[in-house]
Design a protein around this ligand. Sequence first.
Ligand SMILES: [Zn+2]
Length: 349
Amino acid sequence: MSVGLFVDEVFLQHQAPAEHPERPERLAAVREALDAAGIPARTTRTAVRPATDEEITRVHSAAYLGELARDLPGRRGYLDADTFFSPESFDAARKAAGAAAEAALQALSGQSPRSLVLVRPPGHHAEAGYAMGFCLINTVAVAAAAARAAGAARVAIVDWDVHHGNGTQHIFETDPDVLYVSIHQWPFYPGTGAAHEIGRGAGRGATLNLPLPARSGDLEYVAAFTQVVVPALRAFKPDLILISAGYDAHGQDPLGGMRVTTEGYRKLTAALRGLAAEVCGDRVVLVLEGGYDLHGLSSSVLASAEVLLAAEAPRAPDSPDSPGSPADAGLARPVLAEVRRALAGHLGF
Ligand SMILES: [Zn+2]
């Protein structure tokens, strides 16, 4: 079974007018690390296509798409204090979303059950009607909606970027068939993602937030995955797992305040790959979000890539009651208890 690799030069052409942490060098460093490890030769590289208007307007308003199409191409500027655009940015954002949608469709068709979607700009802060936090189009949301439109009954998005994915949560918060799980630093930008935010209306119980205190590291993240994320995904039974994969919880990251290591990211990826093998035919698509330390980012993406390329999936962590699961959740302990209380009656809690 082949693993898809979605990369394109256009993702290096999205550039801020001045110095900015979300820079093309991020992706260049990732590609260099993957090249040095021989990853591309072990994957199937697929030509990247722009997301169609239909794909984008499943999650964004037509008015917002119209504004982007009118105002961005060929120009430079800012859509908010952080969110820049350059002449190629609209093309890059559209192709990022198209790549993620295509990876999701290829996972469902069986062509490539797993894919690495290595794109810029990131997407998870982009709301239905406006850009935010370095994000123009919500890449992972476009992919989730594409999977649903292609017949997936349920899609899970796991967002381990250090920032809460406000856009993704809001886009799907009333939808019971798209589970949004976010583990993030709290309190922190953008201010959303409290444990009591569990979805609205028909979507109650299909949003799961793990707001961890600053300085949380591998111990807290692995405990959160073992005790909460994996059991919740097991109960939800998705047809596809999308990872909103930000690497800014890495201990070396200049924006985040967490202490996850490269080996920690390997473990998180292994938990989700193991779960995908168990519940959804090994279908898992990794979509790059943040991550601003070039070494922390590139070594961690490589670790994730190695897990997704391994011939055999690892075993997913056991349920919380099984022997062998870590009892010590460190700084995460009160948060995990709060999350279980908030979700009582949902997702097997
Ligand atoms: Zn981030």
